[in-house]
Design a protein around this ligand. Structure first.
Ligand code: GDP
Ligand code: MG
Length: 440
């Protein structure tokens, strides 16, 4: 899908004159690509109409950049498809926040509830898991294994067969122990059956969840709409987690589920491991779907946060030039703004281990790197790291000057090399940066 839409948008560049006919042809390509990506046909029709309404080609003046206006209209419509504008539940500190997971068997509920618990635990919440799946053999063992690995307290039973009483017992126990986030895993069935929905409603009535989360397999394509609708009616969930977005998921399932239920997606599952859970953000999601890379995210974040006031840096990045000082200045700006993880994620080549841990740990790490770089000379900072390669004594001097280790200085330099090579491939005359929308 991504490639096709990008090609359609690129056609805009090639067209000598942009008139109604060109716009129609492009919209046809885009809509075709969306339908192939399992996006519901009604939604696609709406997108086409909205873009046509937003872009009144004949009325566009001669001086305006039509390509940018069309591109912007298409992107806005795509963003709207995955952003219902509804706020998901925000857990409250020092209170028992009950989450209940619902979804079909195999959707990824059990896997996801441990990921979610671990996510909150890393952020400092007191978190626990309750296994209310008595339907699937081995359900409790699966949750137990995951929870143990993630060091999360859990509750379940091998003998009790009534999911409602287990759910209630577990929740009451963890409430009494002052847990802040209690996640209840429920059973699924292969189909949307009456028994499943009845069980879900009974558990829900018993534990009174603050947030019911619908877990959906992201690879189911066209089935997403009816499945999401059925669960919305039966469980009135507040938010969605899409799983298996690492595989062949095309994005259409996510779009259809949001449209059918007007509920926000809060996370996406991107693998089978504990850390394979990403916060869902409409814009990056769509841009990733379109095959638009990190650099675009960087530029947009930079623009959104007013970081582009640093004209020199932006110019340098565009030229494909990037010195140690540029990296330092980026750190400086980052440490003044939050949320850290969002901005960090947007920096080219940022390694995932720098993002690990809490926000606080992350900003400490940045401060430490800046502190080390404070021991560099102007010549070194303005360079691309070469002085350190030719004179290893410089590394030792910086390590001593900042009271750190040679290893740490080397780590900064290799981090810098990663940024820099990313900037080089993205920048330059033919780079992505030069095809980006600039400020009006
Ligand atoms: P449940 O029946 O809804 O509880 O689903 P499970 O949590 O047991 O997951 C079913 C299967 O999907 C397991 O093999 C999981 O490892 C796998 N799974 C869950 N989430 C993801 C994901 O985000 N990516 C991938 N690749 N596999 C996942
Ligand atoms: Mg399960």
């Amino acid at each position: 899908l991504g490639r096709k839409i990008n090609t359609a948008l690129a056609d805009l560049t090639k067209a000598p004159v942009i008139d109604e006919k060109v716009l129609d042809a492009i919209l046809k390509d885009i809509c075709g690509a969306l339908i192939q990506s399992d996006v519901n046909i009604v939604l696609v029709g709406r997108l086409r109409n909205n873009v046509k309404k937003a872009v009144n080609v004949p009325e566009l003046g001669a001086g305006v950049n039509k390509k940018k206006i069309i591109e912007k209209a298409v992107m806005e419509e795509l963003y709207k498809l995955v952003d219902p504008g509804a706020e998901p539940y925000k857990p409250v500190k020092r209170k028992a926040n009950i989450f209940m997971m619902v979804g079909l068997q195999g959707a990824g509920k059990t896997t996801t509830c441990t990921k979610l618990a671990s996510y909150y635990q890393r952020k400092g919440w007191k978190t626990a898991l309750v296994c209310a799946d008595t339907f699937r053999a081995g359900a409790f063992d699966q949750l137990k294994q995951n929870a143990t690995k993630a060091k999360i307290p859990y509750y379940g039973s091998y003998t009790e067969t009534d999911p409602v009483s287990i759910a209630l017992e577990g929740v009451e126990k963890f409430k009494a122990d002052k847990f802040e986030i209690i996640i209840v895993d429920t059973s699924g069935r292969h189909k949307q059956e009456t028994e499943l929905f009845a069980e879900m409603q009974q558990i829900s009535a018993a534990v009174e969840p603050d947030s019911t989360i619908f877990v959906m397999d992201g690879t189911i394509g066209q089935a997403a709409e009816s499945q999401a609708k059925a669960f919305k009616e039966a469980a009135n969930f507040g938010s969605i987690i899409m799983t298996k977005m690492d595989g062949h998921a095309k994005g259409g399932g996510a779009i259809s589920a949001v449209a059918a239920t007007q509920s926000p997606i809060i996370f996406i599952g991107t693998g089978e491991h504990l850390h394979d859970l990403d916060r869902f953000e409409p814009k990056p999601f769509i841009r990733k779907m379109l095959g638009m890379g990190d650099m675009r995210d960087l530029v947009e974040t930079v623009q959104e946060m007013g970081m582009n006031q640093n004209k020199n840096l932006m110019e340098n990045i565009k030229q494909g030039q990037y010195s140690l000082r540029d990296m330092y200045e980026q750190f400086q700006q980052i440490s003044k703004m939050g949320p850290l993880s969002k901005i960090m994620g947007a920096i080219p080549g940022m390694s995932p281990d720098m993002l690990a841990g809490s926000e606080e740990e992350g900003s400490k790490r940045i401060k430490r790197m800046m502190c080390i770089m404070d021991s560099m000379t102007d010549l070194e900072l303005n360079s691309d790291g070469t002085p350190f390669q030719t004179h290893r004594s410089r590394i030792i001097r910086v390590a001593q000057g900042s009271g750190t280790s040679v290893h740490e200085v080397e780590e900064i330099l290799s981090q810098y090399q990663r940024f820099s090579s990313m900037v080089k491939t993205m920048g330059g005359k033919n780079g992505l940066m030069n095809n980006l929308p600039t400020d009006p």
